[in-house]
Design a binder for this molecule. Sequence first.
Ligand SMILES: C[S@@+](CC[C@H](N)C(=O)[O-])C[C@H]1O[C@@H](n2cnc3c(N)ncnc32)[C@H](O)[C@@H]1O
Length: 307
Amino acid sequence: MASPALGRLNCTVFINSLKFCGRRSFSTGTVRKSEKRNEKLSEYADGETHFGFEKVKEEEKSSKVHKVFEDVAQDYDKMNDCMSFGVHRLWKDIFMQHLSPVPGTSLLDVGGGTGDIAFRFIKYLKNSPSSSNTDLSSHVTISDINNEMLTVGKKRAAEGGIITAAEQVNCSVDWLEADAEKLPLPDSSYNAFTIAFCIRNCTHPEKVLAEAYRVLQPGGRFLCLEFSHVENDTLRWLYDQYSFQIIPIMGQLVAGQWRPYQYLVESIRQFPAQEEFKEMIEAAGFRCVTYENLSFGVVAIHSGFKL
Ligand SMILES: C[S@@+](CC[C@H](N)C(=O)[O-])C[C@H]1O[C@@H](n2cnc3c(N)ncnc32)[C@H](O)[C@@H]1O
């Protein structure tokens, strides 16, 4: 007969395998990684940045990114399922569990695209026992620079019963077309800020972090879900093969587009690794900054508080 301890162990293994990998520390590699990043940045002259592996002028990047998401908007959700074999849903569920919203939460979801994070927020409130016997109202703003993505999101919200679910939990919803680097929102206006798979597309991630800090109330929570770096050499090699050899072909076959998916895999390699991104979040003023790797570091969830 299985002992309770063994049962507990199995349960832990199961939960960890769901997350594919737990929290990891990269503290010994910090200096090396920062140096590497500085070397990488010094490849660019003033006013230049990267668009995937391409060197572009800073003012060009935003319109190129805009075009990418305009082109992929209609097939965005289908391609996410194909490329990740549906695992992106699990990452986003875990992300929402990290936030664990309660009634009264006022959330700004930046780079909200077609609404995956905001919809999970509403469903989480709906499934939470505390929502049924409270008068507290909640709020979510879904903000994105790209109107095409928001339009797909609004249609999904209407067709998927999200608006009705929001009404049931006394949660107001609004949609905002805005640049994450310059939000047209007052200081200290939200108590939670989420950003999923968006910040690596922004020309100045540090400006996005500064905006996050500005619009959050004291005590507010910042959470970011983003592609990150796989440390294990063998796994990274496998992941690279999949990314560069399969994903653009999949984009061509499923969505009739190669270039946006080539950009996707390249942009992931340009984004700072876990520990370095943590330092950037701290530099923006956030405290108690932590991160957790999922799927061996394919993605990471970074968390911080405005204290
Ligand atoms: C990969 S999608 C992620 C969408 C959604 N958060 C999700 O997890 O499914 C990235 C989104 O970020 C948006 N985006 C890119 N640059 C942005 C910027 N500077 N400001 C606001 N949104 C931006 C894109 O338009 C796109 O909708």
